[in-house]
Design a protein around this ligand. Sequence first.
Ligand SMILES: [Zn+2]
Length: 331
Amino acid sequence: MKNPARIFCVCLWLVLLPGCMYARPASETLAGSIILPEAPHEEAPPPQPVLSAPQSVAQGDILSIRVSMQEGLLRGLAAELTDGAGKKVLSFTGFRFPAPETADAWAAVGGISSVQAPGDYGLTVSAVCEDGRRVTLSSDLRILGRAFVQEDIPLNQAMSSLRADPDPRKAVESRELWTLLTTINPSSVYHAGELCLPVAEGFRETSFFGDRRTFLYTDGGTSKSIHYGLDYATPRGTPVQAAGAGRIVMAKERVLTGFSIVIEHLPGVYSLYYHLDRLNVKEGQMVNAGERIGDSGFTGLATGPHLHWEVRAAGNAVEPKTLLRNSFIPH
Ligand SMILES: [Zn+2]
């Protein structure tokens, strides 16, 4: 008996006008009864995605954003960072990740290059909903400066040749690595938390993230480069562990970086390990955080035995040490 007033009135109508069996609008007045139209059906507003993003990051920081929405109602996410002139400086793709505290959580993890100018930027996030709606969310982001070490690195004859001499293998390997580091596999969600050190505590750091380097060649020439990772002075044979869980996407010898390993942790997020003496893993293999993946060494372009450890997000190198105390995806 959803609407007793109407049922009553229809019955009254049948009694009073037995010959009139045609339909009448429900709002007609009849025999003193006022029949109100049905209340319009109240539509609930469609659910909206909610963006969570930092207000500031530093050069070389990870940039993580989260978007949450009612379960199963989001099917895509893309983020873009633009400078004050509206020029795009970074774009990164989102992915769904398991988060027990929210019904449907999506994240996107990018990296701020160490050469990105400090200043005010705009973050634009496009969410695609299951019902086809595209919702744009935006937020301001300030990029703060970071101090970097300037260093000169004299190279002996062999190192000068290794770095400066043209070698088609170096170009092929460079392209191959760049393709890999800019690949985003949306289902590769293996490690959302903090990283662990890839070597035991206590090894001296001999180079830092973002060092501005000048290589001094034996012929008097120079070239400039930026150091994208951290170097630890580890004797040959020192165990090297995976900094986080993930999939081995490269385990091979390269001209400049020697025996090298790349682990995929999240869509577009990778850690790299160079100059190894020995590889304990194969491409395609899954590893846990802390699992021994090889031994450190002195292979490739290195002036002494050490481990080079690097982290990339959306192609950009980021400060690995920040990730020892901060999760890739904040809670
Ligand atoms: Zn290094």
